[in-house]
Design a protein around this ligand. Structure first.
Ligand code: HEC
Ligand code: HEC
Length: 371
């Protein structure tokens, strides 16, 4: 390719059509919906309690693991490794909890349907924290650090069932995490009219993302996700066959799980979330499917995919570009994906765009135990 064509094709900012501009604008500065299943979601004192618990290792069986062990504020609330280790190693990658409150389903397989449905599973998971809801409940009402604040928020709960106290602990953690927002990225500023907020390369990447790249089929809207479950063909770390059933097993778990939108402890037992969870049925194509992750702050949260199989954004883009080593459960292949065959410039542009989705961390008083 001669230099003139090179310059005209690649080195000028892309021109967005009016339709594309409207689309891009609609992807900026998202808002959160209230979680009606958690009456304490917006309660400041509950959030403070949640923040204290988040950084406190005393609820783990060895007294060393807290939520922040795997969700480190300085790593955008991830742990930087392929699969996490708490008490022992787990099999999945720790997603960020920044912006987590926007989600419809939680965990890579969506096995809980509310943000407060997550913590008790994690506290009691033998490999994660190996704790026990009874100990946590006892601490809340007897420990001097917690008891006063606890009573201010929940009143005297000495005689309420352990499950209610445990659910309230989980709701406090959700209230804290709901404050962990990282938006206002260069992309948002560009979308709202600041032409200089994104480099030309990132703008070309954006054009590819919303156009030819087909990324928008799954990563759409202001959270860059359809909230649904798909297979993109990245196999296990050890190169073997797929073993993690993902969404398929999760639907079975969801139907018997405690602390769901429809459970006794929910503050909106008959709401839409609860009704959907109750009636959801598993389908063959759910086997090996994982949730489309949001791409906000993605450049800050390597490694990637549900088991951290891909080390860098370069590796992710390479995967979508070639679909080499595509692994699939034999009865199902996502038909949407085709190899994109990107050249070096195309890859660099797409990565520059993904980097433009990095927002600012929440204020520093939320990044450590409360004072
Ligand atoms: C041992 C490391 C570890 C610890 C400790 C840990 N997490 Fe996680 N967290 C993970 C992993 C791994 C996942 C994904 C698991 C999966 O999808 O199956 C996860 C998922 C989550 C999610 C779901 C996010 C999403 O996008 O769906 C939230 C929220 C969360 N953790 C919050 C917490 C809180 C609160 C605590 C403390 C009670 C905690 N975590 C403790 C590793 C950990
Ligand atoms: C068929 C739906 C679908 C399409 C199309 C798609 N993705 Fe994904 N994407 C997913 C799912 C599902 C995952 C998680 C897969 C897993 O963990 O196994 C994912 C993961 C990712 C990740 C890793 C995020 C993380 O936190 O680990 C990035 C980056 C990404 N996709 C970017 C893109 C780009 C760029 C395109 C367009 C070239 C694209 N995706 C097209 C569904 C899709």
């Amino acid at each position: 390719m001669n230099c003139f064509i090179f310059i005209t094709l690649l080195c000028i900012p892309p021109v967005f059509t009016p339709e594309q501009r409207t689309l891009i604008q609609s992807m900026a500065n998202p808002t959160f919906e209230l979680d009606t299943t958690n009456a304490y979601e917006q309660n400041e004192q509950a959030a403070k309690l949640g923040q204290q618990i988040f950084f406190d290792p005393q609820f783990s069986s060895n007294g060393e693991v807290s939520c922040a062990t795997c969700h480190k504020p300085e790593l955008y609330f991830t742990d930087g490794v392929a699969v996490s280790t708490g008490i022992s190693a787990v099999t999945r990658n720790a997603p960020t909890v920044l912006n987590a409150a926007h989600q419809r389903w939680f965990f890579w397989d969506g096995r809980t349907d509310t943000l407060w449905g997550q913590p008790i599973q994690t506290f009691e998971h033998p490999a994660e924290m190996g704790g026990d809801r009874k100990d946590i409940a006892t601490t809340m009402t007897s420990d001097p650090v917690y008891a006063t604040l606890w009573e201010e928020v929940f009143g005297n709960t000495k005689n309420v069932p352990v499950s209610v106290t445990a659910a309230n602990v989980a709701k406090c953690l959700a209230a804290y995490q709901t404050k962990l927002v990282a938006l206002d990225s260069p992309f948002d500023r560009f979308a709202l009219g600041d032409k200089n907020a994104m480099s030309e390369s990132a703008q070309r990447g954006l054009q590819f993302f919303i156009g030819e790249g087909g990324c928008l089929r799954c990563h759409f809207g202001p959270w860059f996700t359809d909230g649904a479950f798909h297979t993109v063909g990245v196999g296990p770390l050890d190169g073997g066959a797929l073993r993690d059933a993902g969404r398929f097993d999760a639907i079975a778990i969801l139907q018997t799980a405690k602390f769901t939108a429809g459970s006794e402890e929910s503050d909106d037992k008959l709401g839409t979330r609860a009704v959907i969870s109750k009636h959801i049925a598993r389908r063959r194509e759910d086997w090996g499917a994982f949730r489309t992750p949001s791409l906000r702050n993605v450049a800050k949260t390597p490694p990637y995919m549900h088991a951290g199989q891909l080390a860098s954004l370069e590796d992710v883009v390479e995967h979508y570009s070639t679909l080499e080593n595509f692994v699939t459960a034999d009865h199902h292949r996502e038909t949407i994906l085709v190899p994109l065959e990107l050249d070096a410039q195309g890859k660099a542009d797409l990565i520059a765009f993904l980097e433009s989705l990095t927002g600012t961390l929440p204020p520093s008083h939320l990044l450590a135990p409360p004072k």
